[in-house]
Design a protein around this ligand. Structure first.
Ligand code: GDP
Ligand code: MG
Length: 305
């Protein structure tokens, strides 16, 4: 099973020296905090650049990238070790099929997690979308809602938004920074709505955003590092934000039977049982008792009375 083979992370040496240095520092930071394994779940719509981003992080073409919808909708886990540290990244099929959120894809993802990560944690969620999209719609909200229903609201404590296609020239007279902040704000607002994060909890669920440019034509700096238009080398920046989320003090999402199977359908109604009993008592049993009493009282009287 490909998901169980853990290879040495040798492709890290493919990165320019400056990037390698930063990545090694970040891995050391994680190890210092006793984090020896980091498991990242990648979710999002089809074609937004999930697989490309996985390849960019690993530094090697490990998962299939396609300009058209992938034909085999199954998750893939890529595992790499380096100096006693293990990185697991789970690439997944897009969550939308035929214009709707696919519950089937979510079930496939969950059973995959149950198979390969039972009793382990998901440490970081990468919610991927494109920077060069101009609006969010109800479908985006539905995707976030489906993720929240499947993994619990807590997953957003461990989440970050990744915006691909970051090398763009904003339309009209907008500056890059302005375009980025508008796009990320509208997407974050959509995430908060879909995850039912209330205004007062916004701080508690501060979801960071990182920019990504997977294209081979990505600009580079003098150290040969791929940069986004602001000049930031985006690979070390992305791994930095991943590290921040991993170390943000919130618990990872435990993959257990409850998560995989969802709340037991038979148990779902149980909380209402006392209420139903109470309603029965006041609206059914009480009136019956009363009418029996009335009947008895009537019967007790002599029939001629
Ligand atoms: P997935 O369906 O979310 O896994 O998306 P893929 O990674 O397969 O990418 C879909 C298409 O978008 C492919 O043709 C990629 O080459 C392209 N793509 C992905 N990320 C980027 C990016 O950051 N910039 C550009 N220009 N193209 C990208
Ligand atoms: Mg893909």
């Amino acid at each position: 099973m490909s998901a169980q083979i853990i290879k040495e992370w040798s492709a890290i040496h493919q990165f320019p020296a400056a990037t390698q240095e930063k990545l090694v520092d970040l891995l050391a930071k994680l190890k210092n905090q006793d984090v020896n394994t980091l498991t990242i779940l990648v979710l999002g719509k089809c074609g937004v650049g999930k697989s490309s981003t996985v390849n960019s992080i690993i530094g090697e073409r490990v998962v299939t990238v396609s300009a058209f919808q992938s034909e085999t909708p199954r998750p893939v886990m890529v595992s790499r070790t380096r100096a006693g540290f293990t990185l697991n990244i789970i690439d997944t099929p897009g969550l939308v099929e035929g214009g709707y959120v696919s519950d089937q894809v979510l079930e496939i993802i969950k059973s995959f997690l149950g198979r390969f990560l039972m009793n382990k944690t998901i440490d970081v969620l990468l919610y991927v979308d494109r920077l060069d999209a101009y609006r969010v719609d109800n479908l985006d909200k539905q995707i976030v809602k489906a993720i929240t229903d499947s993994f619990g609201k807590e997953i957003w404590h461990k989440a970050m938004v990744v915006l691909t296609h970051a090398q763009l020239s904003p339309p009209d007279a907008l500056s890059y920074e302005e375009f980025f902040s508008r796009r990320s704000e509208s997407l974050l607002k959509c995430v908060r709505q879909g995850a039912r994060i209330s205004k007062k909890d916004v701080q508690k669920f501060a979801i960071p955003v990182a920019l990504v440019e997977n294209s081979g034509r990505c600009n580079k700096n003098e150290f040969d590092e791929k940069i986004i238009p602001s000049g930031t080398p985006w690979i070390p920046n992305l791994v930095q934000v991943i590290t921040d989320v991993a170390l943000n003090g919130e618990k990872g999402i435990l993959v257990d039977k409850k998560l995989i199977e969802g709340p037991n359908a038979n148990d779902r109604g149980k909380i209402y049982i006392p209420l139903i009993l109470a309603i029965q008592y006041f609206f059914v049993i009480k009136p019956i008792q009363k009418s029996i009493k009335d009947d008895v009282a009537r019967e007790a009287k002599p029939s001629w009375a």
